[in-house]
Design a protein around this ligand. Structure first.
Ligand SMILES: NC(=O)c1ccc[n+]([C@@H]2O[C@H](COP(=O)([O-])OP(=O)(O)OC[C@H]3O[C@@H](n4cnc5c(N)ncnc54)[C@H](O)[C@@H]3O)[C@@H](O)[C@H]2O)c1
Ligand SMILES: Cc1cc2c(cc1C)N(C[C@H](O)[C@H](O)[C@H](O)COP(=O)(O)O)c1[nH]c(=O)[nH]c(=O)c1N2
Length: 181
């Protein structure tokens, strides 16, 4: 069980070097494989998008997922202003899109690649995504450098791609799924 520290109690480790460094943490996280997605948004805050692997399911009632967004990302202001986003799950052959949306390129250049339609929330949906989750942001919680966005899924699209895209050990891996899964 994690130790609990009351607010009126001093942490005896205060000032001590962290038990786990950022680099050690990243090295270990690099061993935790994750699906690669592009999170997009549009609305009064403008069109934007970024590559995200920190995405997971929270609950199916109501259908809710979470996205961890670095507040330093150039997409952050637009996502908060619009209050909507679409999680586009990438497939094998989408590495170039992941690199484009994960790099320091202007939004218009990012969307020049790939084929997009406008989803019901207004967020761009990738036509050949393995699966796309159209969402409204219902809650945002600040944790360290990131905002954890809780998103209610209000629309879905499932593509026919047979290969998913996993980021593991700092490299992309295409994984083959069942034809009808
Ligand atoms: N959650 C994230 O914000 C996240 C996740 C993956 C990659 N990235 C970014 O992509 C680039 C390349 O990453 P990489 O995997 O090749 O090597 P890396 O050594 O930078 O990261 C290894 C792993 O650590 C985690 N991580 C990295 N940066 C993080 C951050 N700022 N906050 C929380 N977790 C983080 C991720 O799980 C990542 O796969 C880096 O600039 C990294 O910051 C960010
Ligand atoms: C494979 C992979 C996975 C992730 C990322 C990158 C890559 C390559 N990035 C970083 C994010 O995409 C990147 O910071 C921005 O798109 C580029 O930053 P600017 O838009 O230029 O600020 C990222 N950022 C984030 O806030 N949450 C995340 O889950 C991830 N995951």
């Amino acid at each position: 069980m994690a130790p609990s520290i009351r607010s009126d109690e001093r942490d005896p480790d205060e000032g001590a070097p962290p038990a786990v460094t950022r680099q050690d943490y990243r090295n270990a996280m690099a061993r935790l494989g994750a699906a690669v997605t592009i999170v997009t948004t549009d609305g009064p805050g403008g069109r934007h998008g970024f590559t995200a692997s920190a995405v997971c399911s929270v609950t199916d009632s109501p259908p809710t997922l979470l996205v961890c967004l670095n507040r330093g990302s150039s997409a952050s202001a637009a996502i908060h202003a619009n209050g909507v986003l679409c999680v586009n799950t990438l497939g094998g052959g989408h590495e170039h899109l992941s690199n484009l949306f994960g790099g320091r390129t202007p939004p218009a250049e990012r969307f020049a690649a790939g084929e997009w339609k406008v989803s019901a929330t207004g967020a761009p949906m990738l036509l050949d995504a393995v699966a796309a989750f159209d969402c409204r942001i219902v809650r945002s919680v600040e944790v360290g450098t990131h905002d954890v966005l809780f998103c209610e899924v209000v629309g879905l699209a499932q593509g026919g791609a047979r290969e998913g895209l996993i980021y593991f050990s700092r490299r992309y891996h295409a994984v083959v799924g069942e034809p009808d899964a």
